[in-house]
Design a protein around this ligand. Sequence first.
Ligand SMILES: [Zn+2]
Length: 895
Amino acid sequence: MEDNTLSKAYDFNATEQRLYAWWEKNGYFQPANDPNKPGFDASKKPFVISIPPPNVTGELHTGHAMFVSMEDLMIRYHRMKGIPALWVPGTDHAGIATQMLVEKALLKEGIKRDELGREKFVERTWQWKEKYGSRITQQIRRLGASCDWTRERFTLDDGLSKAVREAFVRLYEKRLIYRGPRLINWSPALRTAVSDLEVEYSEEPGFLYYFKYMLADLPGEFIPVATTRPETILGDSAVAVHPEDERYQKYIGKEVLVPMLNRRIPVIADEYVDRAFGTGALKITPAHDPNDYTIGQTHNLEMISIFDKAAALNENGGPYAGMDRFDCRKKIWEDMRAAGLVIKEQPYTLNVPRSERGGEIIEPMISTQWFLHVQPLAEKALEAVRSGRTKIVPEHFTKVFYNWLENIRDWCISRQLWWGHRIPVWYCDDCGETIVAREDPAKCPKCGGSHLRQEEDVLDTWFSSGLWPFSTLGWPEQTPDLKYFYPTSVMETGADILFFWVARMLMFGIEFTGVEPFHTIYLHGLILDEHGKKMSKTKGNVIDPLQVMDSFGTDALRFTLLVGSTPGSNTNLNLKKVEANRNFANKIWNAGRFVISALEQAPEKATKEPEWTLADSWIWARLQTLLSDSERLFNTYQFGEAGRQIYEFFWGDFADWYLEIAKSQLAEGGDRAYYTAATLVRVLDASLRLLHPFTPFVTEELWQALKKSAQEKGLSTYSSESKWEDALIIAKWPEAGKAEGWEEERVAQFSLVQEVVRSIRNLRAEKKVPPSKKISASIAGGKHTATLQAQRGSLLTLANLDPANLTIAEKLAAPNDAVSLVVSTVEIFIPFGTLEDSSADPTRVQKEIETLQSQINRLEGLLASDFANKAPAPVVEKERAKLAEYKESLLKLKK
Ligand SMILES: [Zn+2]
């Protein structure tokens, strides 16, 4: 940035870290209006995002890259709009993931967690966190995330721990939290309860085992029953049949014998039983199956737990006690076969519940856990979305959201882990009192005894992350940050954690602060590989965003993710696209170098008021359209489409067309060169501002150089109202000016020039005319003659025509020895002699006739349809005019 000469190619390696450090050092990531600083204006409405906190154990993956790019885009856009923008960063302590990681590391040293003890283990985990916990945030910085790092939080830091206690105590006092034995999902490998959401169901081959439930008092008679898990027979409390099932009615109220244990259990009637499924009789294991649990409660059946914490059989397993659950499955079946109780086995596809974290099969078990009665909270969250106070983008997720919250069950919030928020409950050994407190109690408030034991369990990680939008701003204290920045604005995250996290934030936010924590939930889909397959280590198709940034630069990765995304839909990430977008960054850079060098050569001052050329007017009008379209797209969360349109404007209109014309305008020197340079500066300035939220690095670097050169020439920015700010990151967002009335006509005129140029270029390509060769042409312009004559210079440059042999007239007699091209009502004649291949190509004319004929047919069809009645009159009129022009062109060609 020292002088005006920019390196030939954009060097992202030399740029990204330097710019990021410079932005951060200058405080640009902090909100412009800060309630903790003098001059604060409470009336300015801020824009706030809380980052979905990545796990401290996290390694940057494409999912992170997606949400960081998307949120950074929103933050940068609002910051440039002059809205105080705050993006609160932080990390999650990730209970199970972190504990597993530290346990593994300890095992390498030969230490088991239990030998170390809780206190030492937690200490070691904190040491791990201090050492590696900032790895993920460093990686997020590389993506260009303009988070306010001075406000970074961690779910286990002091403030957030205080918030968790406050929340727990309040819910307990409202009697929404309770402790009791319930059927939960148990992870035998991790030895902890896991939530319904952390269980993944996978279809796997298995068997349906058919066997006899012998009647206790009717020798030889039995009820046939089928199960997929024979080991659970040991925990059966009943056999259930449909009350109207004629096969089994006679047995209702009688008793059957549990195989191998000979324990007597009743035959019960329940309408829940499906007579047509299997044998029509069900074994009921209330302690190890969610449906049986419900039936067990209705019929007041005994709950017989048969597993220990490792899912081995306990003393209720009789002869099988101590055996692993899967060994027991084989053994009991063999024994039953020997006893003559087996009927048959039949292959069957199972829906196996597996732990999302460890992969082992989850066992439903009765366990004493802490639960949150969620339903009253869920009702308020439902109401928030139904009333529109919180919107979900895309909308189709709303239905899924309703369905989930309407059927929500109590949330098991306790985990048998050491790393996490320990539940703030103490038990008095002297009098048995249970104490729930915000501060650690020293003695029992009931008996005064000091033999207190704190609850061993910690809270589910999602309990603390559910408080995230307000706990990070200081809640439960009424801090200036909380008062000003809460509620936040948009919650942007992956659709896959809508229930895990977003729904819980909504419920907790309303419960504890009385308002919805955000007005919009924006969901993005998964990032898949280029073939639309889920990335997985086993498939070997994982794309590492760090490597992608090393190879192509951060801007290229961001632009690919952002432009490829539509709300809620999955995005296929293709490295070829990233490479193409690296080329786009280079295109921006090269266009910038051209503009800066043009500036240097332009005169110091203009002598007269500007006379804008058609190209000047056209690019300006196109820019205005782009500005208003982008604004609309940004406001409706269609960022991908906005990016695509900005890209096309920059590469197509600006770089391919205007820059080419500017070359000859600059060559004219004088005022023409001065005003051309001014237009180049203003359009480039606006484009860089528009592109900045997508590709922050290349735009800032180039803009700084542009600013320096433009200021030396005394040239203004895009808008006379804005100025050359200190940095692009805090520069004003460009807005469309008011239309002045000339735009439509000038754009139409330029489009005609483009069409003429395109048709000549196509012919040149078809005839393989060398690019350097200037060719002759005569143009019959008809009513467009004046426009074309005025654009003689542009036509010469863009179509590479010979200035000595270019005729433009209203009417021309069609020469015999020329190719004729027709554009609208304009006829272009290119003499055969000027083209290398001097034979006329009747197939080309034939092709053009066919194209025109099909367009005419299409338009005639359209105008004869309902369209003519339904579409607005000017639109229909336009189509009619087009039709007339096509018909005229066709006549000329046929001649
Ligand atoms: Zn006591």
